[in-house]
Design a protein around this ligand. Structure first.
Ligand SMILES: [Zn+2]
Ligand SMILES: [Zn+2]
Length: 337
């Protein structure tokens, strides 16, 4: 091999590409970082329901997906002290100049790019480039497998930063999928009597093991039947990932109550608007959250995310891992690089 070939080989990496409902694992050139960016060598990543949605055509996505990850800083021209450090990265990359970016709310910047989701190559690749300002150091006490959950845990905690969750409120979390479980085990610290409502005994048990009260709804039971057993709630956090989630939440919410909507579906969800209006319900959309808060929850062992992992695959087995993640009801699938 000539030196030229050697150099170009070193500059390559394996990366997954999604396009038109197909995926490939191929060689790509490594991203080149600017002064205010960091190149991270990915150590572990998680496959999220959003990745499945992207594959199905959400955001007309094509490119390298992957937005839940932890890695080692490989290059950091703007702050060389970071090199060799283990980090996670926030996913919204703002323009830096607009009102939202100045408020550090890059997630609302109209010109934003989102790592692995919108116009920015993600972490299903051996290396990922991120803005320097997005990087957070990971404490040694947090394992890499747990650190993969910082992004979804931050999102799960976001309801606590938007709505006053008082200990005395009656709060329900709807949905025992990945997001519902994380939301319940995180938010119970604000409301110890919170109830997680789901359909699967094995998944509800993951939350129950961490002190969450759970209620298993009958597969064909109506939400009205649940209400007869459970009564009304002051706050319902909808994390079902299903189009009918908001309607179910409306069955359980008291007049003047608050529904926090967390499911991001690419198709519209039906809402019985008159019920919202007549009962004067507050509806709060809730998406990305505070990484520092999520890191503090992990550091202080307030949540144990490891039981949420179903299986860890080698990155080179991405296809098998993704097929597994697409199976209905699977828990978190991780990739080891
Ligand atoms: Zn995600
Ligand atoms: Zn901006």
């Amino acid at each position: 091999m000539t030196r030229q070939e050697q150099r170009s080989k070193e500059g390559n990496m394996k990366a997954v590409t999604f396009k038109h409902k197909s995926l490939w694992l191929t060689d790509k050139s490594r991203p080149v970082v600017e002064q205010d960016q960091v190149l991270i060598k990915v150590v572990m990543a998680g496959i999220c329901s959003t990745d499945v949605e992207l594959f199905e055509g959400y955001y007309d996505f094509s490119g390298v997906p992957g937005h839940e990850f932890v890695g080692i800083v490989h290059e950091s021209p703007g702050d060389p002290r970071l090199e060799g450090k283990r980090v996670v990265s926030e996913i919204n990359c703002g323009c830096g100049n607009c009102r939202w970016c100045k408020l550090a709310k890059q997630r609302h910047c109209a010109a934003r790019k989102v790592i692995g989701i919108k116009d920015w190559d993600g972490a299903f690749a051996e290396y990922v480039r991120v803005p320097l300002e997005n990087v957070h150091l990971v404490d040694e006490s947090i394992s890499s497998a747990a650190a993969v959950f910082v992004e979804p845990l931050a999102a799960a905690l976001q309801a606590s930063q938007q709505v006053h969750l008082r200990a005395a409120d009656r709060i329900a979390v709807l949905g025992d999928g990945k997001l519902g479980l994380l939301t319940a085990i995180a938010l119970r610290h604000f409301n110890p009597d919170l109830i997680l409502i789901g359909k699967h005994q094995d998944k509800l048990a993951v939350a129950a093991d961490q002190g969450v009260k759970t209620y298993r709804r009958a597969i064909f039971g109506s939400p009205a039947e649940q209400r007869e057993v459970l009564g009304f709630f002051d706050i319902v956090v909808e994390a079902t990932g299903k189009a009918e989630g908001i309607s179910d939440a409306l069955e359980l919410i008291r007049p003047e109550g608050t529904i926090v909507a967390k499911s991001t579906l690419h198709k519209p969800s039906p809402i019985h608007m008159a019920r919202m209006v007549v009962n004067e319900i507050h509806l709060v959309g809730s998406r990305c959250g505070d990484f520092n808060l999520a890191l503090a929850f992990l550091r202080n062992q307030l949540v144990n995310v490891l039981p949420l992992i179903e299986k860890v695959y080698d990155f080179t087995d991405f296809k098998a891992a993704f097929e597994h993640a697409r199976l209905a009801g699977s828990r978190k699938i991780l990739l080891r690089y």
